[in-house]
Design a protein around this ligand. Sequence first.
Ligand code: PEP
Ligand code: MG
Length: 575
Amino acid sequence: MTIAIQGIGVSSGIRTAIGKVLMLSRGSIQAEPGMVPASEVEAEVQRFFDAVQTAAKQLTEIRKEIPADTPPDILEFIDTHLLMLQDKAIAEAPAQTIRDEGCSAEWALQLRRDQLLRVFEDMEDAYLRTRKDDLDHVVNRIMAILQGEGRKEPVEIAGHIMVSEDLTPADIITLHHKGASGFITDFGSPMSHTAILAASLGIPAVVGAHGASSHLHSGELVILDAANGTVLADCASESIRFFEQRLHRERERRNALQTLRDTPAVTRDGERIELQANIELPEDVEEVRNQGGDGIGLYRTEFLYMNRDQLPTEDEHYLAYRQVIEGMDGRPVTIRTLDLGADKQCEHQPEPAACINPALGLRAIRLCLKETDIFRVQIRAILRASAHGSVRLMIPMLTNLWEARQAREIIDMEMHSLGEQRIAMDETLPIGAMIETPAAALTADAFAQMFDFLSIGTNDLIQYTLAVDRADDSVNHLYDPLHPAVLKLIRYILEAGRRCRKPVAMCGEMAGDPRYTPLLLGLGLRTLSMHPASLPEVKQLIRKLDLEQLTERVDKLLRDPSAYDLAGPVEALAD
Ligand code: PEP
Ligand code: MG
């Protein structure tokens, strides 16, 4: 009988993987208490030091294998582990315990790990929580060497689907190099670095697949369906054939879509639709160009702040933005100001991350208006970068107009100060507001009047309208982009844009989902921003649509007050 394990799919492009499982043990490796005779204590100490050295060598090797274009934050992640291996608390304290207690190296290391973990646990702070995971990874590596496994990866990785409780970015890079065709993890969210890296390397993954590592076993054939976030095991041959065909079709379709790269997204009746891309890292620009993006509709800058001990300097911001802007060669680049908080935490977040409800807490612009020094650094960098191309600045998570006013005041002040210093910038750079709370949506006219453009962030707009935490997979079934309340808000925002003659784009996941493309065009959207890999498919569909007809049909559909279950009618719009 087929076993189905539900998780959260992560993919960009190819969404299917079929292959044999390889289990990777990534849980804490436990040691048994053990003593050594007094005459062997020094040899045991040496065995411990050797294991630490071997662990460092392994990590250095992994680091060397990382391609040059890997985001710097991933390198920093491995460097952190290397630094931990030099830290006395890990690299030397257990040696003292071996001498004092006459115990085995494994037991001394375990005692040390437990001691350090207790300290971290008492400190409930996001930064220290991530350090706790790092500590576990580093200690596991030494422990495995001591226990003689040497953390050898299975020899034949190519074509296999890796299953583990959790994976680190370093694991993903190594396994990708060795040809792994997919990843399944018990834990993790699509926002984790691991998931982001898997998506950016184009490897389909299912994360948060609770129980996968205990239900699956090495050698069995599984189907990884990242489109639905499902893992299927023990499948009937018909299911396997179905997914093999799907994979084949996905590959063929992607190859065929490449021919559309330089073709504009124009509807059958001649309307040009702007298809832009969402990016997280400057390195993503290459993919945007490969997929023929018309610009960057959302540059999520918070990844600049992650996996590092210090805040990024103004120059670091500036150089990253400049790289994106120059890479886009004159096409517009929309840089969104810092959106940390909720499911995106970083080490130096000034407020305790374990706040009561992070999704409703000090997030995005709220955080920036509290920590204005951090905000100002970024604003200055964006303004400086605007001298190099077509830059637009965008503010996330607005709920009140006074927040917008305060943010604009800070921008004006920084503009003024740069002007006084005769630093080049685009003084007319458009400034936009993300509309992603119901409050902002229902007062969209006020925001449209104050800003040069609006962009609808459906990921959050849906979360806040339907009271469904977007990071909580237990309420995922309630997360419905077609809920009439959501559609009414989108419609209202678009009307406000029209009334105030301001352009309105959409940059949430909904914008890149071809199921919703006819609906969004019919509603009046003319600029959609999405994951780069989604661009060709959406473009292909747009070229088949008749806008005039769609506008009428959508209008009729949404004017019917009894229309509630809209999935069917919305699907029919593509016909
Ligand atoms: C959104 O909320 O729709 C959005 C695009 O922003 P993020 O996903 O980064 O919160
Ligand atoms: Mg958002």
